[in-house]
Design a protein around this ligand. Structure first.
Ligand SMILES: [Zn+2]
Length: 138
């Protein structure tokens, strides 16, 4: 009983990365043209939402006395960790012009953040291309 509980917990950790799986499906949908734009758009939106609000990245909110910022797990590139002051920190940075550069630097602050950022950019471009008629020549 205890063992099965532990393994389901481990699966829960992997489950946080479902966006990467959706990203792989998105690439497959692009390669296999039979999937069609609706599938590509749906997967693009799913991956984008995952990157923004669910991806397991590091919080990175400024913390007094630490140069690398908060190291807690955050949910998504736009949200911070469970600490209330950090929760909307990154969204706020996007609206303060002086901090947008800092926000962008945070997108590539470590390996995890870079993967999530690239997945987000890729799905954004793919969704855009699938939505604009005439870009894809069939
Ligand atoms: Zn934090």
């Amino acid at each position: 009983m205890a063992a099965s509980g532990a393994s389901s917990k481990r699966f829960g950790g992997l489950g946080q990365w479902w966006g990467v799986l959706a990203g792989a499906l998105l690439i497959a949908a692009w390669i296999n043209s039979a999937a069609g734009p609706p599938v590509v758009i749906a997967l693009s939106v799913a991956v984008l939402l995952w990157c923004f609000f669910q991806a397991p990245v590091t919080c990175g909110a400024p913390v007094r006395g630490r140069t690398d910022g908060c190291r807690n797990n955050a949910s998504g590139l736009l949200l911070g960790c469970h600490i209330r002051q950090h929760r909307w920190q990154k969204l706020k940075m996007l609206f303060l012009r002086r901090q947008v550069r800092e926000f962008c630097a945070g997108l590539f602050s470590d390996g995890k953040a870079t993967i999530v950022t690239l997945a987000g950019l890729g799905s954004f471009v793919s969704g855009l291309v699938a939505l604009v008629p005439g870009v894809i020549v069939n």
